[in-house]
Design a protein around this ligand. Structure first.
Ligand code: F6P
Length: 370
């Protein structure tokens, strides 16, 4: 009789720390249990097609620090609404039962799913069908309500802080206004933390609508103190008072189809109508998700991975690992996702009156709301 298997997959966009979770999970399993471990390639698509690689000491060697995921990601392959070819036409079908059959044939005892809300929604649905599922939350945006911090966030904040520093020197040389657009969707965590750490003068987040007049006010205030340059850090989903977020593109088949983008260019253009300084905009983009994982995220990811292994051992299925009061715990996937049929994203947002906004304001950073 073949050994039972534990399967892992990574879904949605990547985040620094995925490899560290894979590495720590595999090590903890090998040291405490007797299963073969496999990793499906390209998220749920690999599960459907039964395409996987073995996860062992060899295949996970040296990956703790690496961003990305050795299993690859897909943010389009929802097996409950999957595109298949039938008689030459592409149709949408629920192929989850076939996927479950495939796992049974492979002797897969448990499925560990690393992903954001779209991926975890499917995880919940597989759990409802009796699959032994464990979820591990992932997003650089840090906007998942059920856990205090997600891995990848710290790395993204480091990248933003470092690159805002680079903008400072060139902005100062040219007496320019620089507008840097950062990720986060409808949550301002990356801009807020990265902006404070990177000494931004203005931070614009979706939770606090801005006005161009108030940005200009801050620029002029700095000028009156002899500072001819200003650094603005804006969340991609930031909103002008009375306006709406700037949509970059729609990605068909993605659980959350809207991609924000373009707000920095828009603000730069608007500012040029009001001030004499040159204005430039800059998109930090996917650089925030790339590169090496920060040491803090490696440690956090190791904690998530080891906790997931412990949950497999104890049979705590249908749950998601979470960080609560600084401790690794778990919460039911039903409670995390609720009854949503599709993903619900961006629900943990910045409190406009919370401590970090107050800290920033006390330091003289403007949110362009006053
Ligand atoms: O959810 C993480 C995130 O990085 C968002 O901040 C960003 O808007 C989005 O993913 C980008 O997605 P994609 O990789 O599809 O461009």
């Amino acid at each position: 009789m073949a050994k039972k298997k534990i399967a892992m997959l990574t879904g949605g966009g990547d985040a620094p720390g995925l490899n560290a979770v894979i590495c720590s999970f595999v090590r903890a399993c090998l040291n405490t249990m007797d299963y073969d471990i496999i990793g499906y390639r390209f998220g749920y698509r690999g599960l459907y097609r039964n395409e996987y690689i073995p996860l062992d000491r060899h295949t996970t060697s040296g990956i703790l620090r690496q961003g990305g995921t050795i299993l690859f990601n897909s943010n389009k392959d929802n097996l409950f609404d999957y595109s298949v070819e039938e008689n030459g036409v592409t149709v949408k079908k629920d192929v989850s039962d076939q996927a479950i059959e495939t796992m049974k044939k492979e002797n897969v005892h448990a499925l560990v799913v690393l992903g954001g809300d779209g991926t975890l929604t499917s995880a919940r649905d597989f759990a409802r069908k009796g699959v032994n599922v464990i979820g591990v939350p992932k997003t650089i945006d840090n906007d998942l309500p059920a856990t205090e911090v997600t891995f990848g966030f710290d790395t993204a904040v480091n990248t933003v802080a470092e690159n805002l520093g680079r903008l400072h020197t060139t902005a100062e040389s040219h007496h320019r206004i620089m507008v840097a657009e950062v990720m986060g969707r409808s949550a301002g965590w990356i801009a807020l933390y990265g902006g404070i750490a990177g000494s931004a003068d203005v931070i614009l987040i979706p939770e606090i609508p801005y006005t161009i007049e108030n940005i200009v006010k801050k620029i002029n205030e700095r000028k009156s103190h002899g500072k001819e340059f200003t650094i603005i850090c804006v969340t991609e989903g930031a909103i002008e008072k009375g306006g709406s977020a700037t949509i970059g593109k729609i990605v068909k088949d993605s659980p959350d189809a809207v991609r924000f983008g373009g707000v920095a260019a828009k603000i730069a253009h608007q500012l040029e109508q009001h001030i004499e300084n040159e204005v430039r905009h800059c998109l930090f983009g996917h650089i925030q998700r790339g590169g090496d994982t920060s040491p803090a995220d490696r440690i956090l990811s190791a904690r998530y991975g080891v906790k997931a292994a412990q949950m497999v051992k104890e049979g705590q299925f249908g749950n998601m690992v979470c960080l609560r009061n600084g401790q690794m715990e778990y919460v039911s996937l039903e409670d995390v996702i609720g009854d949503a049929k599709v993903s619900v994203s961006g629900s943990k947002t910045v409190d406009p009156n919370g401590e970090m906004v107050r800290v920033a304001k006390s330091m003289g950073i403007s949110f362009a709301d006053e």
